[in-house]
Design a protein around this ligand. Structure first.
Ligand SMILES: Nc1nc2c(ncn2[C@@H]2O[C@H](COP(=O)(O)OP(=O)(O)OP(=O)(O)O)[C@@H](O)[C@H]2O)c(=O)[nH]1
Ligand SMILES: [Mg+2]
Length: 231
């Protein structure tokens, strides 16, 4: 089944918690608070890989289907209402947007995938950019793969997971819009998704459930990001 004991134990720990959030120590949570107490700053919007910043910082990217809540989650994490542009209309973010967070880290807001109503040319351009970035960015410490809590993993997500597995890029699932479903539904989704992740070698076994609207799960996600930024 591809599930090793450590995986089962970690998932089991999180299952008691209705948010599905992994448990972090007080020190880890404090590191998260400290990192995000520094104001984030916009750096660049890149339309091609050649336009990405160089210079030794690590980065974490927020990937997911169109409209899943990537930009909203970045705003919630950084405590800014409109650092990243959000919209009801899918396809809002069309470039790789870099935000400096503290001394060592970039947050990267990505265009959404799986949005069928854009022009063929636009879809080709975004998809090319997304996949080239995910496959080949050495500075990328982890991809946070955002999954809408109402929908779970869709085909377009599974395709991206396959690419990340094949490229050995570490990724972690983050549920968004947890405010839209009940606690038992969230617990069920968590179990089902954790089981699916057991088949994906590059997937982190912990899932973090968030709501940008209710500001839930942000402390845990901040702690996970701070751990990647290093001391
Ligand atoms: N209920 C609820 N709605 C949310 C939440 N996060 C985002 N939304 C809504 O979802 C819609 C899309 O949010 P965005 O943050 O723009 O989504 P995105 O993934 O950046 O979308 P693209 O850039 O188009 O790929 C907006 O109408 C948000 O208000 C949440 O936690 N709860
Ligand atoms: Mg966006």
């Amino acid at each position: 089944m591809g599930q090793h004991p450590q995986h089962i134990q970690e998932v089991g720990q999180a299952e008691d918690d209705l948010t599905g959030a992994p448990r972090f120590s007080e020190d880890e949570l404090e590191a998260g608070r400290r990192l995000f107490s520094i104001p984030a700053e916009f750096v660049v919007s890149a339309v091609e890989i050649a336009g990405l910043p160089e210079g030794g910082r690590r980065e974490v990217a927020f990937a997911g289907r169109s409209n899943v809540g990537k930009s909203s989650l970045i705003n919630a994490l950084t405590n800014r209402r409109a650092l990243a542009r959000t919209s009801n209309t899918p396809g809002r973010t069309q470039t790789l947007n870099y935000y400096r967070q503290g001394e060592r880290l970039y947050l990267v807001d990505m265009p959404g995938y799986g949005y069928a109503r854009a022009s063929k040319r636009a879809i080709r351009q975004w998809t090319g950019l997304i996949f080239a970035y995910l496959r080949g960015r050495a500075a990328l410490a982890r991809v946070f793969l955002l999954i809408d809590a109402r929908h779970g993993i869709k085909d377009a997500d599974a395709e991206v997971m396959g690419v990340l597995d094949a490229s050995a890029v570490s990724y972690q699932v983050v549920f968004t819009k947890a405010d839209k479903i009940s606690a038992p539904e969230l617990a069920r989704l968590h179990r089902r998704t954790a089981e699916a992740l057991g088949h994906h070698p590059a997937a982190h076994p912990h899932i973090i459930a968030t709501s940008a609207r209710q500001r839930s799960g942000l402390a845990e996600l901040s702690a996970a990001i701070a751990a990647l930024a290093g001391p």
